[in-house]
Design a protein around this ligand. Structure first.
Ligand SMILES: N[C@@H](CCC(=O)N[C@@H](CS)C(=O)NCC(=O)O)C(=O)O
Length: 228
């Protein structure tokens, strides 16, 4: 079977699929595209025009959650829990992860300090919900790495970049989430789901948002230049 993951360098939804593939030890080819200038072959096979897209022997499957479910059906080991109710709970928290990704987007495009602070409060509240859901460390389901971990690894990666800009204190009141974040950061499948140039690419991307975050990054650069 040939698997091609049609990707974008920064896309967190691509990363969750790459992590699931890595956890299952399934080889695949990654094909990065420019989402600002989508190739015609991609638009032709992608109904939503979004990454990720998994080509399974040239047949396109779209939507990251659907792709993860397909991989669960086909390749061992099972990352989802066996119990149907627990599995439904995991799927629900995958969905919550997508909601957090939407807040992260609102956070880095916030045009001014007040809007940024508002999204910061929203993130604190959302991670508060996650905190209440976490049981035994190190992962979402204790020692068993699950698809929810694959969803949250790329979420937490954003906060490494945000922490380089300023201390937003987002995890100050959620120690379990913070510990989970660090456990996921140390997992090889998560670390390897992005290229070596990811940090620079993400910094460039954030700098070009013309947002409050971009301004804070500029201020940081000017301060560093003044100190040099
Ligand atoms: N619900 C989708 C979201 C995927 C998504 O938003 N991908 C972004 C990149 S991270 C995209 O392709 N955006 C391009 C566009 O919307 O034109 C999934 O889970 O796969």
């Amino acid at each position: 079977m040939s698997l091609v993951l049609v990707s974008h360098h920064l896309c967190p939804y691509v990363q969750r699929v790459a992590i699931v593939l890595a956890e299952k030890g399934v080889p695949f080819e990654r094909r990065n595209i420019d989402l600002a200038n989508k190739p015609a072959w991609f638009s032709a096979i992608s109904p939503l025009g979004k990454t990720p897209l998994l080509l399974v022997d040239d047949q396109p499957i779209f939507e990251s959650a659907v792709i993860c479910e397909y991989l669960e059906d086909v390749f061992p080991p099972r990352l989802h829990p066996a119990d149907p109710l627990e599995r439904a709970r995991h799927r629900a928290w995958m969905e919550f992860g997508s909601t957090i990704l939407n807040t992260i987007w609102k956070f880095y495009v916030a045009p001014n300090r007040a809007a940024l602070d508002q999204q910061c409060r929203e993130l604190v509240s959302q991670f508060g919900r996650v905190e209440a859901e976490l049981r035994t460390p190190p992962f979402f389901a204790g020692t068993h790495f699950s698809v929810v971990d694959a969803v949250f690894g790329p979420i937490f990666r954003y906060f490494d970049a945000f922490a380089r800009i300023a201390d937003f204190g987002i995890f100050n009141t959620t120690p379990k989430v913070n510990a989970w974040r660090h456990a996921l950061g140390a997992r090889a499948s998560i670390a390897n789901a992005v290229g070596a140039d990811y940090h620079d690419r993400l910094d460039d991307f954030l700098r070009m948002r013309h947002s409050e975050i971009s301004r804070l990054m500029e201020q940081g650069t000017s301060k560093q230049q003044a100190l040099a």
